[in-house]
Design a protein around this ligand. Structure first.
Ligand code: DGY
Length: 323
């Protein structure tokens, strides 16, 4: 029997690519350039599986073509707001993601941003590298103490819980959170956290607000001008979720008008474009979407896709089906 034809839209860790090449008739994107919609449409017409990631856009129009061959989209990543899952499902295409394996590394990166912006680490490094440091003095580059402060989490899923655990048990932080569904208080207590009723309550209470909810239509601009205005002027916003969860224009105004003290960002609405204002502000720590970027996690993500599509082509239910 011939092997299923699969297309991998970007380069993946070598160990995963070699397993894909053994098990499937695999096409790799050797140039590692993001594919445009026309190329993705062609891939849907010519492959049994397409393995996309966050840099690909698969809107509903892509699924309109009559010659679709693809039966499964094995997404490399937990977030899948770049895929119109409803349109894919309407064409009978199964969609899977990679939950669980990037929880720890993404929470680690949220802590990195939190510490970095509070303690002005990026600013300090830029000063030093530019040869502008004049030496130690009691008033030099004074930041904000993290230990003992209040962390507010929006979205208490796996990554939100991992963030709570790190900040409560590592930094003695009081942790509050908003989550759409109720979390059993005893479960929340395992992470040193307690649930508040509204996002507004979290925004107003926290010294650091960290976002861990999904992106996409349901949460677009969830953090808007009104909600930013509820934050303490001394507070910081951390986003390792998705760029579209934050109204970037409102965030820039809040930072400019000192409605909030600073922000730590790993994700942006129009990636890879980052508004110049955010790149220029010293009170913003910015990273290029590195949440899951460790050797261990990227390999685990790839292996999770291998498991999902292998299950599908062997007639089993893929463990991470989202559509
Ligand atoms: C994820 O898994 O969602 C990461 O942000 C990379 O896409």
């Amino acid at each position: 029997m011939s092997k299923p034809r699969i297309l991998v839209t970007r380069r993946w860790p070598a160990a995963v690519e070699s397993i894909l090449a053994e098990r499937f008739d695999a096409t790799f994107n050797l140039d590692d350039r993001a594919m445009d919609e026309a190329a993705l449409g062609e891939a849907l017409a010519s492959h049994d599986a397409v393995l996309p990631t966050v840099s690909d856009r698969l809107p509903s129009a892509l699924f309109d073509r009559s010659d679709i061959r693809t039966r499964i989209l094995g997404n490399f990543g937990v977030g899948y707001n770049h895929i119109d899952v409803r349109a894919a499902s309407a064409r009978g295409i199964v969609v899977t993601n990679t939950p669980g394996v990037l929880t720890e590394c993404t929470a680690d990166l949220a802590v990195t941003l939190l510490l970095s912006v509070a303690r002005r680490a990026g600013e300090g490094e830029r000063q030093l590298r530019a040869g502008e440091w004049k030496g130690w003095c009691p008033t030099h580059m004074i930041g904000t103490k993290v230990t003992g402060k209040t962390l507010g989490i929006v979205g208490f899923g796996r990554i939100g819980k991992a963030m709570a655990k790190r900040c409560h048990f590592g930094f003695d932080m009081d942790v509050v959170f908003y989550n759409r569904s109720r979390i059993d208080p005893s479960e929340a207590a395992r992470y040193g956290a307690r649930q508040l009723d509204t996002i507004e309550d979290v925004m107003a209470t926290a010294d650091f607000v960290s976002l861990h909810c999904p992106g996409g239509e349901e949460n677009r601009n969830l953090i808007n001008a009104e909600r930013l205005a509820l934050m303490k002027p001394s507070a910081f916003l951390i986003n390792t979720a998705r760029g579209d969860v934050v109204d970037e224009t409102a965030l820039i105004s809040a930072l400019r008008s000192e409605t909030i003290r600073g922000a730590g960002l790993d994700v942006y609405a129009g990636e890879p474009n980052v508004p110049a204002a955010l790149r220029q502000m010293e009170n913003v720590a910015i990273l290029p979407h590195l949440g899951s970027a460790t050797e261990e996690t990227r390999t685990a993500m790839g292996m999770r896709v291998v498991e999902n599509i292998t299950a599908y082509f062997e007639g089993r239910e893929p463990q991470d089906r989202v559509g």
